[in-house]
Design a protein around this ligand. Structure first.
Ligand code: ZN
Length: 109
């Protein structure tokens, strides 16, 4: 595969991943199963090309059961120390994300 072709494939894949998450968001209320299917498709595309999902999207699904997460519906968000804790109501497990932006801000002060 030529380099510029690969870049194109990756750009296309990222676009498709973003799109799948958008669709999952829209369909979630009516069809949770389909939303979860979109997440699994997006993950498959990412894995195939070894892409890391942006942190914004990583927070939209549970890393344990891969359910699409909607805060206030099937996910609770709490902050603790320097971390944001996501509690998945589907499988009752936690995910922790560090506050990267906040830390950077403090360093600049
Ligand atoms: Zn879960």
């Amino acid at each position: 595969m030529k380099i510029h072709r690969k870049k194109e494939v990756i750009r296309e894949a990222k676009h498709r991943i973003e799109n799948l998450f958008e669709q999952a968001d829209l369909i979630f209320k009516d069809n949770k199963k389909l939303a979860n299917r979109y997440v699994s498709l997006a993950r498959k595309i990412g894995m195939k090309l070894n892409l890391r999902l942006p942190s914004r999207l990583q927070k939209r699904f549970c890393k344990h059961c891969y359910s699409f997460l909607v805060p206030g519906i099937n996910c609770r968000i709490r902050t603790r120390e320097n971390k944001v804790v996501y509690y998945c109501l589907e499988c009752k497990k936690y995910m922790r994300f560090p506050f990267i932006k906040e830390k950077k801000l403090k360093r600049n002060l």
